[in-house]
Write a protein that binds this ligand. Structure first.
Ligand code: UDP
Ligand code: MG
Length: 314
């Protein structure tokens, strides 16, 4: 039999008072079950991270902690956002294995057991992947698909249909903490951490209670953050279009001069056209060059680790 692991389940919560009693009940039951089967150790814990909720979320966590010392809590000073709350939970809890999961029970908690099995097979990162998204609205599904396609096109590696339900080993969390960027988009950072990884598939359910904390506005900001903090491709595109436009304007310029000499122009047209085409080409090209420098600054300021060691001999 495999050795039991010390698990910390990190659950970010923002105004989740309606679903939290149910979540606490189901997760405590799951933990008791996993402990009985000797899959997780007695000192495993559930960590609720209160992300500046304005409702009774924190009171519920406090009350649950009093009754059951398995339940731990971290309360942030204000609303920082889902990704930030996840990191606060991961970096302020000590455990052998971490799993992050949303508070609304949309992710199948029975997948947690499979994730731990995958960990025993040597996987330090296990992605929870939903195999169906029937419960999400058509708009949410198609916009998500479009976003994933766009990200791939821009050269960002993402695991399809994976959100923030995942297992991370202590080593993976430590490596992740080396990514010092403030613009957090964990879905794209985690694959950069490397190590052996695998996926566990599950069916995504409906939110058990309460409403989404990701309205369209937040979703768009999140998507934009993902693109702007992971891809310098838009900047490279400026350079490319600068080269193309310069080339085209050069052709146009040749033609206007030619038209001048064969005498089919009115006075002033040639000089005007030449100046416009020349300068518009050059301007975009120069903007692209500036963009290239900004792209390198963009990579530098993130202070990402240049390498992460997996194994060492000797
Ligand atoms: N959440 C958070 N801070 C926020 C927004 C959301 O901690 O500013 C938490 C929320 O409580 C939930 C998880 O992030 O546990 C995912 O949010 P939600 O389920 O509302 O997103 P959806 O599933 O609708 O995309
Ligand atoms: Mg949800």
């Amino acid at each position: 039999m495999k050795k039991a692991v010390q698990l910390a389940l990190v659950v970010p919560c923002y105004n989740e008072e309606t679903v939290l009693p149910l979540t606490i009940k189901q997760l405590s039951k799951l933990f008791a079950d996993l402990m009985k089967k000797n899959i997780i150790t007695e000192n495993s814990k559930i960590v609720f991270v209160n992300d500046g909720s304005k409702d009774k979320t924190w009171n519920l966590v406090e009350a649950a902690h009093k009754k059951n010392n398995l339940i731990n809590g971290i309360s942030l000073s204000r609303n920082f956002g889902h990704q930030e709350a996840l990191l606060a939970g991961l970096y302020n809890t000590d455990a052998e294995v971490y799993i992050t999961i949303d508070a609304d029970l949309q992710d199948d908690i029975s997948a947690i057991k499979s994730m731990i099995e995958q960990y025993h097979l040597g996987n330090e990162i296990v992605y929870g992947v939903r195999n169906k998204r029937d419960t999400d609205s058509f708009f949410k599904r198609s916009s998500a698909l479009l976003f994933y396609k766009l990200m791939k096109l821009l050269g960002v590696e993402l695991v399809d249909n994976h959100a923030d339900f995942r297992l991370l080993s202590r080593r993976a969390v430590l490596a992740m903490s080396e990514f010092k960027e403030k613009n957090l988009f964990l879905r794209a950072i985690v694959p950069l951490v490397g190590f052996k990884s695998s996926c566990v598939y599950y069916e995504r359910k409906k939110r058990q209670a309460g409403t989404t904390k990701y309205p369209l506005r937040k979703m768009l900001i999140f998507a934009l953050k993902g693109i702007s903090s992971f891809s310098a491709m838009p900047l490279h595109l400026i350079t490319l279009s600068g080269v193309a436009i310069s080339f085209l304007s050069f052709l146009l310029m040749c033609w206007t001069v030619y038209a001048y000499f064969i005498g089919s122009t009115i006075v002033g047209w040639t000089s005007l056209m030449t100046a416009i085409t020349f300068f518009s080409g050059i301007t975009i090209l120069f903007m692209g060059i500036i963009g290239e420098y900004i792209a390198s600054i963009f990579v530098e300021v993130k202070h990402r680790p240049t390498y992460i060691i997996d194994k060492k001999l000797g």
